[in-house]
Design a protein around this ligand. Structure first.
Ligand code: ADP
Ligand code: MG
Ligand code: ZN
Length: 619
């Protein structure tokens, strides 16, 4: 950063100064020792015979010209200039006055100077502008490569492979087949397999998405074009689109290869939500990207990978089949993953005997790979400060305080107590998912902080697209949402604020059951919910007016409360019934932070799961 300032920055500054001085000098030359005269002053000089030399400068093509006059006895050599509208008139006048004068043509080179010089100055200015803008874009030296893709091609440099990526076992497995395809595409084409065109890596910052993408290219040994989403977004409309085109052209020449678009949310943000409406630059770029992705055939050997930490703001069009149809969630590492990452980054950093990476992994819940790398780096710096050539546990402890405090906002260092509460909370959700018939199964349960406010999560298997939801399922969804809070209540006798999102979700479902889907007998088959999808008003900015009175509003609220209360009772009954599983599950979570479906379901071994049909089902 500092260097760049001094380097080209200095040159630019010098160029500017030179040009400035050039312009000043030139205008000075022009104006120097000249004085515009009025006709009266001119006549005075001539008629009083003060004129020393009079030169009439004419241009044969046009009648206008000028008279240059110097006075007798004026040592300064100052010339008086009179611009005249008709040279002949002034010549007649001078003859009449019997003044001596010379008639000359406009000097040719002067015209050259006056026309060429400004052009040169302007050209210099334009070039300078290009140079400056190009430099700002941080790209090479060519001045005119605006529309060119700025993707950097990586082929032979230091290879990143899966060995450099610690943890992330499932993620690596998912990407394995892409590596295999890039290595031996024929194998797949022969059996008519269709390989995904696009893979979207989703996860919080610092979890190793970029690293993973590089590793895929490294493993496959194919060219790797990397570009960041923000590179597409330029101030000139159309530039981004043309860069996309260019990028894909390059890629086609180099197939099989990987195009990696980092931070894709910069281009692929949901369209049509802006107030301006219409086509803005980003929209054009995104359209071009979609066109290109649709344009190349299946199995052409190009795989587009991209990374984002904001799937929620991505345009849904990008996730359609034939585009980024494979989504890989890159999560924060669990205890074991953290230990592995620490081991990877401890290479090249001599550790003292007392360093216990396992213990560090246990105390860093919620840390991402980047955080852990940072932690070890800080520790190394502390060691170096004390002129030691190895890192001690105390260095890491001190670094932990430093990093922990710095990173507090994104990954809070959580206490044992919080962890325990979270473990029971998530176990509560998980049990209900498992026991209730229409929801679940549980894919994984985790108490690794998500960094977005949630202390953990319980993930059911990705849902199939169902045409419609049933009332039974919606009730069960509400029941599951309440499970976390109930577990907290039962175990700790106290409740936390951690369940606010759950409560919001439960209320939301119950409300739409009553107001949208006519699922409450009391209120009948009436839609009380006039929620029009006004794209242009930027969502939620304007709320539609309520189309019913106070009484109905009260009845709706009562119904919502009744539904939630019934679900609450049901959830409580189930969790109490499986309280042994609750305790075991929480214990396992505290140990491993993340448990898989198999591990979770094993807890129910030997227990019969009776579907509980009770009055909650018969609202
Ligand atoms: P993201 O793209 O998800 O924001 P990066 O891939 O840029 O994260 O990761 C930043 C750095 O953190 C990497 O360069 C690497 O040093 C470290 N890192 C992150 N995850 C891992 C991991 N799983 N194994 C090893 N190092 C990791
Ligand atoms: Mg990244
Ligand atoms: Zn919850």
């Amino acid at each position: 950063m500092e260097n760049r300032r001094k380097g080209p920055g200095g040159v630019t500054f010098l160029m500017l100064i030179v040009i400035l001085f050039g312009v000043l000098w030139f205008t000075n030359q022009m104006e120097q020792q000249e004085k515009q005269l009025t006709y009266k002053e001119f006549y005075d000089i001539v008629e009083n015979q003060q004129a020393d030399t009079i030169v009439v400068v004419q241009n044969r093509d046009i009648p206008t010209g000028r008279v240059e006059i110097t006075r007798k006895g004026d040592e300064s050599g100052e010339e008086g200039i009179l611009v005249v509208s008709d040279v002949n008139d002034i010549c007649d006048y001078l003859k009449e006055q019997q003044a001596e004068y010379r008639l000359v043509d406009v000097p040719a080179e002067s015209w050259l100077m006056t026309t060429i010089f400004p052009v040169i100055v302007m050209l210099a200015g334009v070039l300078l502008l290009f140079y400056l803008m190009n430099r700002q874009n941080g790209s090479g030296s060519k001045a005119m490569n605006f529309g060119k893709s700025r993707a950097k091609l990586h082929t032979g440099e230091r290879k990143v492979t899966f060995a450099n990526v610690a943890g992330l076992q499932e993620e690596k497995e998912e990407l394995e087949e892409i590596v295999d395809f890039l290595k031996a595409p024929k194998k797949y084409i022969q059996v008519g397999a269709r390989i995904p065109k696009g893979v979207l890596l989703v996860g919080p910052p610092g979890t190793g998405k970029t690293l993973l993408a590089k590793a895929v290219a490294g493993e496959a040994g194919v060219p790797f074009f990397t570009i960041s989403g923000s590179d597409f977004v330029e101030m000139f409309v159309g530039v981004g689109a043309s860069r996309v085109r260019d990028l894909f052209e390059d890629a086609k020449k180099n197939a099989p290869c990987i195009i990696f678009i980092d931070e894709i949310d910069a281009v692929a943000r949901r369209r049509g939500t802006g107030m301006g409406g219409g086509h803005d630059e980003r929209e054009q770029t995104l359209n071009q990207l979609l066109v290109e992705m649709d344009g190349f055939g299946v199995n052409e050997g190009i795989i587009v990978m991209s990374a984002t930490n904001r799937v929620d703001i991505l345009d849904p069009a990008i996730l359609r089949p034939g585009r980024f149809d494979r989504k890989v969630a890159v999560g924060r590492p669990d205890v074991q993953g953290r230990e592995e990452i620490l081991r990877v980054h401890a290479k090249g950093k001599p550790l003292g005997d007392d360093v216990d990476l396992k213990q560090i992994a246990q105390t860093t819940a919620g840390f991402t790979g980047a955080d852990l790398e940072n932690l070890l780096n800080e520790a190394a710096i502390l060691a170096a400060k004390e002129n030691r050539v190895y890192i001690r546990q105390s260095d890491i402890r001190h670094a932990f305080v430093k990093v922990g405090i710095g990173a507090e906002k994104k990954s809070k260092v959580i206490s044992e107590k919080e962890k325990r509460i979270t473990a029971y909370h998530e176990a509560g959700h998980a049990i209900l998912f498992h026991v209730l018939p229409d929801v679940g199964p549980v894919y994984s349960v985790s108490i690794i902080p998500t960094g977005m406010g949630a202390a953990g999560y319980t993930m059911p298997l990705p849902e199939q697209d169902e045409m419609f939801n049933t009332r039974g399922k919606m009730l069960q969804d509400i029941t599951v949402a309440l499970g976390g809070r109930i577990a907290e209540e039962l175990v700790f006798g106290d409740i936390t604020t951690g369940a606010s999102q759950d409560i919001k979700q439960a209320t939301g479902i119950a409300r739409s059951m009553v107001t949208k889907f006519g699922m409450s007998e009391k209120l009948g088959l009436i839609n009380y919910d006039n929620d029009s999808d006004e794209v242009f008003i930027g969502r939620d900015l304007v709320h539609a007016q309520r189309g019913y009175g106070e009484e109905v509003a009260g009845a709706i609220d009562q119904e919502i409360k009744r539904i939630i209360d019934e679900c609450y009772q049901r959830a409580k009954r189930i969790i109490c019934k499986y309280d042994k599983v609750l305790a075991e599950c929480a214990q396992l979570l505290l140990e491993k932070e993340k448990i898989t479906r198999e591990e979770f379901e094993a807890l129910f071994d030997g227990l019969e799961i009776s579907e509980i049909v009770d009055n909650a089902e018969t609202v």
